[in-house]
Design a protein around this ligand. Sequence first.
Ligand code: COA
Length: 260
Amino acid sequence: MEYNNLYIEEENQIATITIDRPKKLNALNKATIAELHEAFKELEADKETKVIIITGSGEKAFVAGADISEFADFSEKEGGKLASKGQELLFDFVANLSTPVIAAVNGFALGGGLELAMACHFRVASDNARMGLPEVSLGVIPGYGGTQRLPELVGKGKAMELIMTAGMLDAQKALDCGLVNYVVPQEELLPLCEKLAGKISNNSSVAIKQAIKAVNAGYSYDKDGYAVEIDAFGACFGTNDFKEGTSAFLEKRKANFPGS
Ligand code: COA
């Protein structure tokens, strides 16, 4: 598919999606959300892609939020649909993707931008990044999963404070409260994400897929995470990756996972 609001680069089985609306600080309009859905779907189906990194173009913003100009005159019904469609197409979709997704937060990650970063499996930030959920300053609340994922990551009290004050955390504070895993100078952001992606891609992609499912189940109101873990653990025993991983260990060699 041809994309107008993002571009994808692939190297060493790692795909990097760059959201490319720098003049609007990469704000997520409807077209960008639809393109991101297609891009993630396409990359997940591509067995050569082991890890996906997502970042924003330019040096200023990851994503400065949902595109405010698109919903300023929405009705209640349209507002509800905006949130449900967005969650379905992008935020829940990314969180449950079987291919690991790393957010490279290269600047402002506000509102829908932070919600997108939080939907990714983990986050790395550059030292100029600033993160927050400023929706209540616009008379609305986070609608792309922010009220759920922020407390999961930083705890309820800190999340309540951030949401109610509409405040921003700098990168160091985001690191201190567990919102991001690492903070590095901007020029080191993608190299570090690629290094982490490289480590991930050496491991069994089918086992990683089961691990994502089991971890996510524990944060899902309608699933028993322990039961999902048991099923996922069992399922691994039927895979070629398991045969290869255990044989390689016993034969004292490096595993070469077939990914099946
Ligand atoms: N939706 C739509 N457009 C946005 C946007 C958003 N969420 N965030 C930034 N933009 C646009 C601005 O309107 C501006 O466009 P223009 O040049 O056509 O006027 C352009 O991006 C640059 O932004 P600007 O505000 O001029 O940059 P700044 O450096 O002064 O401020 C921010 C940066 C991030 C602090 C500021 O843009 C901001 O507060 N954005 C909105 C954040 C937000 O509330 N997000 C949650 C949305 S639910």
